[in-house]
Write a protein that binds this ligand. Structure first.
Ligand SMILES: Cc1cc2nc3c(=O)[nH]c(=O)nc-3n(C[C@H](O)[C@H](O)[C@H](O)COP(=O)(O)OP(=O)(O)OC[C@H]3O[C@@H](n4cnc5c(N)ncnc54)[C@H](O)[C@@H]3O)c2cc1C
Length: 474
């Protein structure tokens, strides 16, 4: 059969798989063939869920942010809505390590600022001076002009240095495994930059938004908590996408490292390691910037420059299983983050079996530890045993755990988390301009406008739409 459209997707993470899914829907009324190439022997990218010792363990992401609808919409499309699992509503709180102990974030605290004054005033996390300086945000006017700001500059200007070091650095730095001195405020905490612009003060804006939501005048009440997962973990989303793209026209290749992409008279030639080049009309690349530079850096000088200026951080996730009676800690939260000023190897810890019930037997306790990021690249050189030891030692200290874990599993994610540093918006514009000079080639993924799963899905859907419009207009 002659194909109207021959399309390739490179990368089999959530971005690539979502792209394949949307492309197959948009081309449903056409004769098309689609091949997806994934370098690893399995699909999912940094999403990896396993069952070990009777427990469901997540090697990468474990939650889907519900405020952005793109992931929930895909979950609904895939018929997975009944499989959504919510976090335990009784324990929806986070802790922060300070001087070797864990303290709760005050109720109403939203990532980097309070939306309720009274609980904030009584927190033990900050000194009286630090709290007063934070509340000065209510009286400091907005900054409308000037250079792009880093997260640390934005926070210091509005709230002072103490909250930056004790709360914001581990919270924001933890999400991006990045350096708040370099991360762009506009690209990583845009909602707070916007609150400054619209309300004059971040705290006043948060209080206003909160009272609007409480009085029912705001956005219609969230149906879920801020985060959800699926029965079977986040890997269930990968499995459902693979199932939904199962068809004669679609081939999902694993252990297929794409070595080069070149322009030809009729479209694009793609070469997988150890194989002859294949011809495609259009290609959608769903890779972190680090891998994109290697693959398409030579096609356009501006593209190469801009992509290479988006560094990718590496990190490690360790799952540790304990008997519940190994600790007398009450685990009345979902986990904690650790400021860089604390003397630990871990940057965060998650109480996985508390956050999502039923992930392991009742008499067990499953924890996750996060290590690495741009502030500790050296850890990537350590052996697995060394990493297990360090993760256990830090968890044991904070959580009063006696004895060793009964089971452990770790995953290393090398160069997987793009860093939205100062100048990121300019770089993304430069990349978009370069892509105009490469018709038929498209990019999607976590390097441009959001690293979360919903952002990746949105990026894949948008690029799939553009690709289909381009092909159909030819
Ligand atoms: C440890 C960790 C925890 C996270 N937690 C959360 C969370 O709880 N919630 C959330 O929303 N987000 C979370 N994120 C972010 C989110 O999971 C990722 O941004 C997202 O999954 C990235 O998906 P992707 O498909 O764009 O990239 P990836 O998952 O990195 O997939 C890219 C794929 O491309 C393949 N590839 C690379 N080069 C080639 C090539 N030349 N040829 C063929 N294949 C190639 C790679 O092998 C990889 O499988 C987390 C990220 C990490 C690392």
């Amino acid at each position: 059969m002659t194909m109207d459209y021959r399309v390739a997707v490179v990368g089999g993470g959530i971005s690539g798989l979502s792209a394949a899914y949307y492309l197959s829907r948009y081309f449903a009324d056409s004769k098309f063939s689609l091949e997806l190439f994934e370098a690893r022997p399995r699909l999912g990218g940094v999403i990896e869920t396993v069952t070990r010792d009777g427990c469901l363990m997540e090697g990468g992401p474990d939650s889907i942010f519900t405020a952005k609808d793109d992931a929930l919409a895909l979950i609904r499309d895939l018929g997975l809505q009944s499989k959504i699992v919510e976090t335990d509503s009784e324990r929806r709180r986070s802790l922060i390590a300070t001087e070797g102990e864990l303290h709760p974030l005050p109720p109403g605290f939203v990532m980097l600022a309070p939306s309720e004054i009274l609980p904030f005033a009584s927190t033990e996390l900050l000194s009286t001076k630090g709290k007063l300086r934070t509340l000065m945000d209510l009286f400091i006017g907005p900054r409308f002009y000037g250079d792009e700001e880093s997260v640390s500059s934005f926070i210091e200007r509005r709230f002072g240095r103490e909250i930056l070091l004790k709360i914001v650095q581990p919270m924001v730095g933890g999400i991006y495994v990045g350096d708040v001195e370099k991360l762009s405020a506009e690209c990583t905490i845009p909602q707070f930059v916007e609150l400054e612009r619209t309300s004059g003060s971040v705290i006043a804006g948060l209080i206003g938004r909160r009272s609007k939501n409480l009085s029912g005048n705001g956005v219609s009440g969230a149906r879920y908590g801020m985060f959800v997962s699926l029965e079977g973990g986040i890997g269930a989303l990968v499995d459902a996408l693979v199932e939904a793209t199962r068809s004669e026209q679609i081939q999902l290749h694993t252990s297929a490292l794409v070595k080069s992409i070149n322009r030809t008279e009729s479209g694009w030639a793609l070469t997988v390691e150890g194989q002859a080049a294949k011809q495609f009309d259009s290609i959608l690349l769903c890779l972190p910037s680090h891998d994109l530079v290697d693959l398409v850096g030579d096609l356009d000088a501006d593209l190469s420059e801009a992509l290479s200026e988006i560094p990718c951080a590496s990190s490690i996730v360790v799952n540790l299983l304990y008997d519940r009676n190994q600790s007398d800690y009450d685990f009345d939260a979902f986990g904690f983050v650790v400021p860089a000023t604390e003397d630990t190897s871990i940057i965060a810890g998650s109480f996985s079996s508390v956050k999502y019930k039923g992930r392991c037997p009742e008499d067990k306790l499953m924890l996750r530890a996060f290590l690495g990021g741009v502030l500790d690249e050296e850890i990537m050189n350590c052996s697995d045993d060394e990493i297990f030891d360090r993760a256990h030692r830090d968890l044991a200290r904070f959580l009063n755990i006696k004895g060793k874990p009964v089971s452990t599993w770790l995953r290393r994610w090398t160069h997987s988390m793009p860093q939205y540093q100062l100048g990121h918006k300019r770089r993304v514009r430069q990349i978009s301009a370069s892509m105009q000079r490469l018709p038929g080639l498209y990019l999607a993924g976590n390097s441009f406008s959001g690293v979360g799963i919903p952002d990746c899905i949105a990026s894949a859907r948008t690029s799939a739409e553009k690709l289909v419009a381009f092909m159909k207009a030819r």
